[in-house]
Design a protein around this ligand. Sequence first.
Ligand code: GLN
Length: 250
Amino acid sequence: MPKGKMLLKVCHLYPDLLNLYGDQGNVLALVRRLQWRNIGVEVRRVNQGDTVDFRGMDVLFLGGGSSRGQDLAAGELKEQREPLRATVEEGLVVLAICGGYELLGHYYRNPEGRIIPGLGLLDFYTEAGPERLVGDIAVEMTIYGKPVLVTGFENHAGRTFLGRTNPMGRVLAGYGNNGQDSTEGARYKNVFCSYLHGPILPKNPRLADHLIRLALQRRSLPSRLTPLDDHLEALAGKVILKRLLRHKKA
Ligand code: GLN
């Protein structure tokens, strides 16, 4: 039985429009890691045309998408801007990947030169470049002051340039936000944006647990998490990093 009143609500926003390269595995990773700790979890899939109460959610997930999916999601999100902005300011935990990430900034200029407006919740913009940035990627981010290795797979035309918003991490190998300034993703309050598919959370359990902890803290629930056996994920991350650094030198 789940512990007392502990119940987290995970919202998968527009799985019908934004869901590439196994992105929904991120939702699955959150669900499993909560269930393994006997914490109740509910998943709400919000599709095109559905209404959503952001305040009632604990973790909001947005995946990547095709140009068409991204376009449609931008139209949907426009209507939700104010409630989403207010809930983000109050500490809603958000994970946004690739196309979903780009939608939280000012705009995405697609390969045809057309501007897809973003919500402007975070201070960055994205412009498509001539080639796609594709491959495995390793990043170092900071969680509670400690360096944490994060690995994944990226595939994006967009080059994101941050304004006042901080990056989520620093690229160790791969392209990241734009292939130039070694930044990867964006981080603001409890919002984490990244180009890393993979999906990112099953590959990087420390980040998954960080999101869970932040969501529990937002509800003033006990946030000390029972440790899980993640040694295979840690090992896999180190192997990828070593391989990527070897290729970089060669
Ligand atoms: N618009 C995105 C890009 O930069 C879409 C890619 C994605 O979500 N994987 O290419």
